[in-house]
Each structure stands twice: as structure tokens, then as C-alpha cells.
Design a binder for this molecule. Structure first.
Ligand code: SF4
Ligand code: SF4
Length: 191
């Protein structure tokens, strides 16, 4: 049959030489390759003790932002969920009461907001779609590994930022810069 790629190779059942029959040269060659890598410079890092520097444009873990007064920006409009190609976002909207005025910026807010990190492909479309600048993907945090599937559902307890940082400084050397990260401890969440 004609090869479509032009890379077809015909297999020939040729007889092995004495050297090939002994296997020793092949074993020594294999061990040499192993030793070369064993003493060579490692290409891996000992995560999580050692972390690689991410690109400033890296899209990592999501953060739900607050405004300058500390009120949550999200108004539960659902545009992020609609734009999500992985259907990873779900939310339940609620109406703000008089007592909650300082907690939420808009009259409608997300009482429940969840992202399924097993579905998320970190494309950033939710960030693009948000009209309130309420959701961003940070450049220095990744969704941590876990043994329980349920722990990959990130609710507001994990997503809403704990410390307020101005919008527009999430990526590109903003408050989540390397110095800031180390200042807050390598293994601690900074949100
Ligand atoms: S980053 Fe992409 S896949 Fe993940 S929640 Fe946002 S829109 Fe969905
Ligand atoms: S994060 Fe933004 S797009 Fe998503 S529901 Fe809240 S305000 Fe709407």
C-alpha cells in the first residue's frame, strides 16, 4: 500500500549478528544513557518545595474580587458561566438586603459561586466576559492537587479574595509578584 506520509518503512526480518545475540553491548549502551542522565543536570524541580517561576501572563487560580470598599464586585449576572466552554461555573443569585449593603456592591449578588477545577481549562474566557471586573485568573497560584474529587469544587470560601488588591494588577507584576508571594509564605494561600 502507498504511504500517505512518505515515511513508511518496510520491516525486514534480518538475522541478528553475534553482538546483538549477546545483548551485552545493548545493555551497556542503555546503562550508559541512564548514567548520563543520573549525573547530568536535573530538568525537574522538587515541587512543592521548589516552584518554577510562572510567566506573567500565566492563567492560574481564579479570584473573585472586591472593590475598594471591600464589597464583592460580582453581581451574579451569569456571563462568566455562559462564556465558559467547559461549563465549570455554577452560581445562585440572591438579592442584597439593607444589612448586607457593605458586603456586596450590586443589588444582586452571588450567594453561591462555584468553579469545578476538574472541568476548568484555564482559558480565561470568564475573566474576559465579566462586565464587573469581578473574576480574574491569577498568575502565581495553581489549583492544588487533591485526592478527593469533591475538593476540586471551589466555592466562595476559596475564591473570594481575603485581602483587597486593586483590579488590573492581578497579572503582569502586580501585587501577586514573586516578592509578594514569598513575603506571604510559599505554601500559604494569599487570597
Ligand atoms: S478559565 Fe475558562 S474553563 Fe475555567 S472557569 Fe473560566 S471560562 Fe471556564
Ligand atoms: S463573575 Fe462577573 S460575569 Fe460572572 S456572574 Fe459575577 S459579575 Fe457576572
Amino acid at each position: 500500500m502507498q504511504s500517505l506520509s512518505g515515511r513508511k518503512k518496510n520491516v525486514v526480518n534480518k538475522k541478528m549478528t553475534i553482538g546483538e545475540k549477546l545483548y551485552l553491548p545493548a545493555i551497556i549502551g542503555g546503562m550508559f544513557v541512564t548514567l548520563k542522565h543520573f549525573f547530568g543536570k536535573s530538568k525537574t524541580v522538587k515541587y512543592p518545595e521548589v516552584k518554577r517561576n510562572f510567566s506573567e501572563n500565566y492563567r492560574g487560580l481564579h479570584v473573585l474580587k472586591k472593590d475598594d470598599t471591600g464589597a464583592e464586585r460580582c453581581t451574579a449576572c451569569g456571563l462568566c458561566a455562559l462564556s465558559c466552554p467547559a461549563e465549570a461555573i455554577t452560581m445562585t443569585a440572591a438579592e442584597r438586603t439593607k444589612e448586607d449593603k457593605g458586603l456586596y456592591r450590586e443589588e444582586k449578588y452571588a450567594a453561591v459561586y462555584e468553579i469545578n477545577m476538574l472541568r476548568c481549562i484555564f482559558c480565561g474566557l470568564c475573566e474576559e466576559a465579566c462586565p464587573k471586573q469581578a473574576i480574574f485568573l491569577t498568575s502565581e497560584e495553581i489549583a492544588p492537587a487533591n485526592y478527593d474529587r469533591g475538593d476540586f469544587i471551589f466555592g466562595k470560601d476559596k475564591l473570594v479574595e481575603k485581602q483587597h488588591h486593586p483590579v488590573g494588577k492581578i497579572r503582569g507584576g502586580g501585587p501577586y509578584s514573586k516578592e509578594h508571594y514569598h513575603q506571604h509564605g510559599k505554601n500559604k494561600s494569599i487570597f
